[in-house]
Design a protein around this ligand. Sequence first.
Ligand code: NVA
Length: 330
Amino acid sequence: MLSKNEWDPLKHVIVGSATGAQIPKLDISLRTVNYSHVKDDKTIVTGSYPDLVIREANEDLEKLSSFLISLGITVDRPSLHDPEYYHYCPRDTVCVFENTIINAPMPLRARAGEYRAFARTFENLQSTENFNILTPVVQRNDSLYNQQCVGNKDILALTDVEPSFDAANIIRANDDIFYLVSNSGNLAGARWLQEVLGSSYRVWPVENLYSYMHIDSTISFLKEGLMVLNPSRIKDKSVLPKPLQSWDVIWAPDPGDIWHYPNYCNSSKWVSMNIFSVSPELVLVEENQVELAKLINQHKIETKLLPIRHARTLGGSFHCVTVDVKRTHC
Ligand code: NVA
């Protein structure tokens, strides 16, 4: 069965690649979605990431893949190597909901074709698994982007003229799906998702928590009923959708040191809690996040500490650089 939550025992996964990673020429989509917090356009670096970043990120992704393979898990890698943006974070691009795969209507124009690099995995599975692949049509006209967001985190980058979101705005707990409304996902996207998934799922919009990109440095799931929350963005469980208010919480500790390459920073230090579960008993944690690992261990969950040196530079740690395709669900 294909994956429907963030924690059941992993069988098959896609791991990203840093090869060819670049920051494309600045357009309205990139300016508003990725860089609304930056005042001066001239400080935004574009072009290929430095060779060192690509080399070290690929070494770490290779280590991650080898570890997962050593556990008997099938690991796929991107089949194309000439991205307009990057193939480092498959989590942003594709979302698996048991028998529905969504090729996400990503707001960045440069990411419109990114799914092609991951499509082979799903093509190969079509003879053995029963699922549909949905590819919503997105225009990405200028009217999708609200330029007033630049310098104002209370104004979001996307209007609601059409559904648009990165798949990493979503985190799954079986039939309950939590969708961050932010610069990288509009409310129209949450409504569209509810419509296409149908009444056996409930899509819960998560609003007014974090304006920028993706949910998985704000809320992470460890198993049914246990989550990690970011105390700098969430003060109390009562601000979360109803099903999460009864879950137990590990409050993420102050992140251990996470360096980023000078002038290239795609994420806050809270990428520390971008963890990835191999099973309800084992979770992958960035090697400097020792305090977080200790707190997780107190819940009888083992942690595997691995390097991911460019998590901040490229904007993703273990949750972002993976997409869980198959898990064994009880
Ligand atoms: N944009 C997020 C990281 C997402 C993995 C942050 O900066 O916290």
